[in-house]
Structure formats: C-alpha cells, structure tokens
Design a protein around this ligand. Structure first.
Ligand SMILES: Cc1ncc(COP(=O)(O)O)c(C=O)c1O
Length: 402
C-alpha cells in the first residue's frame, strides 16, 4: 500500500479512545491545559467565531470585522453568518502578521472587532494590535483567532487570552481533534461566564449532525495512518490538483457553518486523546526542529523562524520559496509523492470566487505574494529520516531549477 504523510501533525488516534472512560471531562482538560477555569465547547472553530462575533455585537454599534487578508475563508463566512461585514488588512511584506499602518487606516467608527490570527507554523503578536486599538479606537474588540494554535505559547503563556475573546479549533488536522470541534476562551472571568451562557441557544441540538461527526471521527481512527491516508487524503488531493482546482484540493469549497453542541461520546473520545496531547506536542516540536534543521541548509527558503518567546504549536512549517512557480512545483511534486507538502490556503481572502461580492476588493499585494510563494511542510512524528531527506531533495532540486 502507498505511504502517505499527513499534511500536519495530527495526534495519532487510538481505538481505545473510542470506548475507554476518560478520567477527566474534556472541557476541564482543555481549561487546565489553557490555564483557565472555563472553556465553552463548540462544534467547530468557525462556530466559535460566529458566537464570538454575535456576543460582541451586543455591546457596540459597529458592524464591521477586520480580518487579515491571509486567513481561512471560514472566518469570513463566520462574520457574514453573524450578520456582519468584513474589511481586509494586508500582511507585512513576507510576514503573516497584519500591516499595522494599514490596520490604523482602515479602523473606523463602524469597526466592531479585529481578528489577529495565529497559525500552526506562526504566531502573531497580539499586544501591538491591542495597543493600537487602545490609542485610536478603544471601542473595538480583539478576537484572537487561535484556531490553529492549541498548545502554542507566547512568553510562556497559552495564546488565546491576549484579546477580549479567543477561539480554538479541534478540526481534523489541527492536532487534537474531535474531527470537528472548537472552544471559546476569555481572559476576563465575567466575559467567560456571559459568553458561555450566550453560546447555549446558538448551539441547538442536532442529532443528524452529531451522527455525521461520529461516523467521521470513527473514519479518522480507521484511516489516520500512512497506509490509510492515501485513500482519504492523498487521492482526492492529487485528483483535484490535476484538474487545476486548488480550492477543492485544499478542502476549501465549504461555506456552511453548522451550529450544534458536541455530543457526550465525542467529548469522551476527545478527553482520552487529550491525555496524550502534551506528549504529542513535544514530539511534534521535535519533528519540527529536525525538519527545520534539514531545510535550513537551503538558503533560498524562508522558514519563518519564530520571534523570541514565541512557541507555535508547529503542527506544520511554513516554507516560502523565491517564486510562485517554484511553490507550485513544490506543491505538485510533494503531493504526487505523498510527502505532506501542501498549502494552507489557496488564496488571500479577496481571491475566492465564492466570496466575490461579499468582501471588499481592497488590494492586498503582500498577502497575495506570500500566499503565492508559500507552501506548508508536515511536522508529523510519523516522519522518518528518509522522508526528511526526500523533502529536502525536492526543495533543493526546485531552487536549483532542476
Ligand atoms: C485560522 C483559522 N481560523 C478558523 C478556522 C475555522 O476552524 P474550523 O475548521 O474548526 O471551523 C480555521 C480552520 O482551518 C483556521 O485555519
């Protein structure tokens, strides 16, 4: 059977997770690992964003959400679902962080919230965003999108608490997974409680959705191994890439955000898995360190080394190549060889056809250039030395123009 590496470092599932009684409840385990006393469980990171947007809407007249131009399209759909509009802030040259000059220019009386966004391979500083808003627009909320950053820390503290609200995702590929899941956090205990209460009516029971997620989670347990991933991940990826459909290849052709609670059984499976999380995070960081060491021998690659004190969850590494043509080659060749090389997002937000007419047409040239030239490389502990060597050879050949 063909060996396929996962694109990110997902926590390898164990069948015993499906039936064992966990020693602690999932919300308690999540709260403890995030150093808080309460998290609000949601059925996805996007659902958590919808709730966060809906929550802050009560306290302000602004109706516009500022998003980084390089982020997941579901974030834009979440803002639209909450009845809000979206403005786009370009990124810094060759960085994933928002351009603070542009941010200062686009904030206006209609701005409701700004969403600084972390990624598996990069953490963004939230403090400067907060500082800027305090000085020019104290009415604007900060919603920290840590969907990809469960386990990440800045200056030793878990991310997600640097703004008014924080959002995590437990979707497949994010590390710890319930196949789909998420949670909301807040630094302020009053907001934590109020948001928990606000969330309940927004997540009405849906036995059909839960049944679907249970089947998907069992499927994840069956297929999440190098021999199974080729069927459920590699083949559809390669087929979509061959027909030139990058959005489908990256599974970004979804706009629905179901809203429902997470059933008790999935919470138990997640709690069992969460017991192995700390160990997995350490193994992921080790795999990331080894991958960086190998790729840092190729000076043409920008590996986006973290700033001092920033510890991303490292579920993948960002690798920026000198040109779009080379990044496209890395994507196609990496996918063809099942090496866990892919792209995080197909485009900057203003280039998704399904979002056309729903978002402003603000030019975001830096996000475009970054998106065009950047691929991601897996940091799964399933990586062997031979895989690392093949990945390095692939990039080496591409930058040498072979
Ligand atoms: C940055 C970011 N925010 C939010 C989300 C939405 O999370 P979910 O897939 O759990 O709905 C994602 C998902 O990929 C993401 O990458």
């Amino acid at each position: 059977m063909r060996r396929e590496l996962p694109p990110t470092s997902g926590l390898p599932p164990r069948f015993a997770d499906l039936y064992r009684e966990p020693p602690f409840a999932l919300p308690d385990l999540l709260a403890a690992s995030l150093g808080t006393d309460r998290v609000t469980l949601t059925c996805s990171g996007s659902a958590a964003l919808v709730i966060a947007f809906d929550y802050v809407k009560q306290f302000a007249i602004g109706r516009d959400i500022v998003l980084p131009a390089f982020t997941c399209p579901l974030v834009a759909y979440a803002a639209l679902k909450a009845g809000l509009t979206v403005s786009l802030c370009d990124t810094m040259p060759s960085r994933f962080d928002m351009d603070m000059g542009m941010l200062a220019r686009i904030i206006n009386p209609d701005t409701l919230a700004v969403v600084p966004t972390h990624f598996g391979g990069h953490l963004t500083p939230v403090t400067p965003v907060r500082g800027l808003l305090r000085s020019i627009a104290p009415h604007v909320f900060v919603i920290e999108d840590a969907a990809q950053a469960y386990g990440a820390r800045i200056q030793g503290k878990p991310v997600g608490f640097g703004g008014d609200l924080g959002v995590f995702s437990f979707a497949a590929g994010k590390g710890l997974t319930l196949f789909e899941g998420g949670c909301l956090v807040a630094a302020d205990p009053v907001i934590r409680l109020a948001m928990d209460q606000h969330a309940r009516p927004l997540l009405p029971a849906s036995p059909m959705m839960e049944a679907q997620r249970i089947i998907e989670l069992i499927g994840y347990h069956l297929f999440y191994r190098p021999e199974g991933l080729s069927w459920v991940y590699g083949r559809p990826l390669r087929k979509a890439l061959q027909r030139g459909d990058l959005i489908a290849a990256l599974d970004e052709d979804r706009d629905a955000i179901p809203m429902h609670p997470i059933g008790g059984w999935r919470q138990k499976v997640g709690a069992n898995a969460a017991m192995r999380w700390a160990q997995h995070l350490a193994a992921t960081k080790d795999a990331a360190r080894q991958m960086r060491a190998v790729l840092s021998a190729i000076p043409q690659l920008d590996l986006h080394w973290p700033d001092a004190g920033f510890e991303p969850s490292q579920t993948f590494l960002f690798v920026t190549l000198p040109s779009k043509r080379q990044a496209d080659q890395a994507l196609m060749q990496g996918a063809a060889q099942g090496l866990g090389i892919t792209k995080l997002f197909a485009h900057p937000l203003n280039r998704y056809p399904a979002l056309a007419g729903k978002l402003p047409t603000t030019p975001t040239p830096q996000a475009q250039a970054l998106s065009d030239r950047t691929v991601t490389v897996t940091t799964s502990p399933l990586l062997q030395d031979s895989d690392r060597a093949r990945i390095a050879d692939l990039f080496q050949a591409i930058v040498r123009g072979r």
